[in-house]
Ligand binder design. Structure first.
Ligand code: AGP
Length: 611
């Protein structure tokens, strides 16, 4: 989604803003732009369609200088990705705005502003914000109060940054429904859509809260105002993941780097949360123990890959904690008449903690009488974390590749911790708890062993490069793994992929199977294995090309039309964590073969902050 950077610095900000935009590229965008206030009170602006490199080329031809500026990567919502629609948007020659989010009442405001004599040059919803602030500024002659009064007119979601040539050392930022952080420098101040954008200049951040407005000024002055306009103190946090997260290191793509980080981040997700033979329930917060005893049902709500993690957890929670679970995508849940039985725990899953639908679902749930809300999330300080009663951080570190990999497996690790924590208060046999805790401890090593099979997986990928469709099959908790495998393949290789519970094959999708349809199956050694094998025979009988990821203890031999890759044996409950890895690698290699933009696939954004 759109990315914002802003700076009031002692040095020329062009380089800081440009580097910030490069660091935000992973969020997904289709045009970029920058506005810098020069020392002599001029507003300079440059915009380009396409990659940040195109903007960089414009800036190389016509550099900007100044100590104060804002910049933006745009992911088109209102209006095509053209230069006219790219941000910053100006009102006159002196005011510039960048915006992430959607202004829902932009049409009404546009009419009002047109009637007041403003001329629009773009199709965006953002341009109304620029003119609205300009109109209020003409009365107040004060940028802060002009932004405050204009924001009161906006409906929808936004993070925005504003500069005005009359106040050449000031950037105003605001957030409502879209993320924005303040970077605290030494005599300098910055804003960005996330800390990664600013790690080249600071590792200290203020995570703005909903409705906050911030004024950055000369000398590093930072004033934060809440919705009532009062000055408020917000905590300054130190970013702990280091700047390495923002570089690919030895890897060709962030996605590959993040796939290979999984042994370490899964270990980090478990660290300090496992006792000798049981999960430490306090990992979920001091009040978790008493609260979990009262849980009678669970509703899990999430989007995309995080939703798939929730689907896996349903199998675990019902089996080991004996608690009924409902899992739903947030965009559906938030508009439904939900019935909430007494004692229901509301769980959200999100890598970013800023996904608009998931956040809206949490806010909707607050009115529904849930026992409590729990967020399983990867970004400390994110909106979801701040607004939930309990939290468990997944500790995956920043994930840059749009296709979620390590965020998914750490979510699964966290969900297994939740299963065991709830199992503890719901009478799960102590021997089973101990067995699963031991299995969890051994998991990072097993993940390493699966990743070591990469060469074999790469060899399989050649069978997909010319294909247009693929079918993924799994049973039980591996049906969601098949769904996740299909999502990975489609989002980065643009091959149409679908996933089915293998038992559903003969109820329709079998009609699609022929030699042009590769069928990928995950076959761990569990109670459903024999049934899965019968389903695979159905595929072979119709000439389908099978790719099977199977437990090393499963006797499945390669033969014409069946490629088999054996995975190390793993405790049945943890198999979903392991079997997702070859599917990640397979998608990655297919995408590389097809030459797609692996880390920033077309049309997609990393953090979906609009509905
Ligand atoms: C998956 O590869 C995608 N990045 C996407 O489905 C993602 O999981 C979804 O948008 C939810 O994001 P979140 O986990 O940050 O809420």
């Amino acid at each position: 989604m759109c990315g914002i950077v802003g700076a009031v610095a002692q040095r020329n900000v062009e380089g800081i803003l440009l580097e910030g935009l490069k660091r935000l590229e992973y969020r997904g965008y289709d045009s970029a732009g920058m506005a810098v206030l020069s020392g002599d009170g001029r507003l300079q602006r440059s915009r380009a369609v396409g990659k940040v490199a195109a903007l960089e080329a414009c800036l190389a031809a016509e550099p900007m200088t100044g100590h104060c500026g804002i910049a933006h990567t745009r992911w088109a919502t209102h209006g095509r990705p053209t230069e006219d629609n790219a941000h910053p948007h100006l009102s006159g020659e002196r005011l510039a705005v960048v915006h992430n989010g959607i202004i829902e009442n932009h049409e009404v405001l546009r009419e009002e502003l047109v009637a007041a004599g403003y001329r629009f040059t773009s199709q965006t919803d953002t341009e109304v914000v620029a003119h609205l602030i300009d109109r209020d500024y003409r009365h107040s002659q004060d940028l802060l109060s002009a932004v405050q009064s204009s924001l009161a007119r906006l409906e929808g979601a936004y993070a925005l940054a504003v500069v005005h040539a009359d106040e050449p050392d000031v950037v105003i930022g605001a957030r409502q429904g879209s993320p924005l952080v303040v970077g605290v420098g030494i005599d300098e101040a910055f804003i960005g859509s996330d800390p990664l954008a600013l790690l080249q200049v600071t590792d200290r951040f203020i995570y703005l809260q909903e409705g906050d407005l911030v004024r950055l000024a000369d000398g590093g002055r930072i004033d934060v105002y809440d919705t009532s306009g009062r000055t408020v103190e917000r905590e300054v946090d130190t970013f702990e993941h280091g700047d390495g997260a923002a570089s690919k290191g030895e890897y060709r793509h962030f996605m590959l780097k993040e796939i290979h980080e999984q042994p370490a981040v899964i270990a980090a997700a478990l660290e300090g949360r496992l006792g000798d033979s049981a999960v430490l329930v306090e990992s979920f917060g001091p009040e978790a123990r008493a609260l979990f005893e009262r849980v009678q049902q669970i509703h899990i709500v999430a989007c995309g890959t995080s939703y798939h993690a929730g689907l896996v957890a349903r199998y675990w929670l019902e089996r080991y904690a004996g608690v009924p679970v409902q899992v739903e995508v947030a965009s559906e849940y938030r508009y439904r008449q939900v019935v909430v039985p007494e004692g229901t725990l509301f769980v959200t899953l999100s890598q970013s903690g800023e996904t608009a639908d998931t956040l809206a679902a949490l806010r909707f749930a607050r009115e529904k009488g849930y026992l409590a809300s729990l967020a399983i999330c990867n970004v400390p300080g994110s909106s979801l974390v701040r607004e939930s009663d309990l939290t468990l951080m997944t500790q995956a570190g920043p994930e840059i590749g749009v296709a979620s990999t390590k965020a998914f497996t750490t979510q699964l690790a966290a969900l297994m911790l939740l299963t065991l924590a709830l199992g503890r208060s719901h009478g799960l046999d102590e021997a089973i708890q101990s067995e699963l805790v031991n299995a969890l401890r051994g998991l990072p090593r097993l993940v390493e062993r699966v990743l070591a099979l990469d060469e074999g997986i790469e060899a399989l990928s050649t069978g997909f490069a010319e294909k247009h469709h693929a079918l993924f099959l799994g049973r039980g908790a591996h049906f969601p793994i098949a769904l996740e495998g299909a999502l990975k393949l489609k989002e980065i290789s643009y091959i149409h992929a679908e996933a089915y519970p293998a038992g559903e094959l003969k109820h329709g999708p079998l009609a699609l199977v022929d030699s042009e349809m590769p069928v990928i199956a995950v076959a761990p050694n569990d109670e459903l294995l024999d049934k899965l094998k019968s389903n695979l025979q159905e595929v072979r009988a119709r000439g389908g090309e099978l790719y099977v990821f199977a437990d090393e203890q499963v006797s499945l031999a390669e033969e014409p039309g069946i490629r088999v890759l054996h995975l190390p044996h793993v405790h049945e409950a943890l198999a979903p964590l392991l079997y997702t890895l070859p599917l990640q690698l397979l998608s990655y290699h297919v995408a590389v073969l097809k030459g797609t933009d692996v880390d920033q696939p077309r049309n997609l954004a990393k953090s979906v902050t609009v509905e």
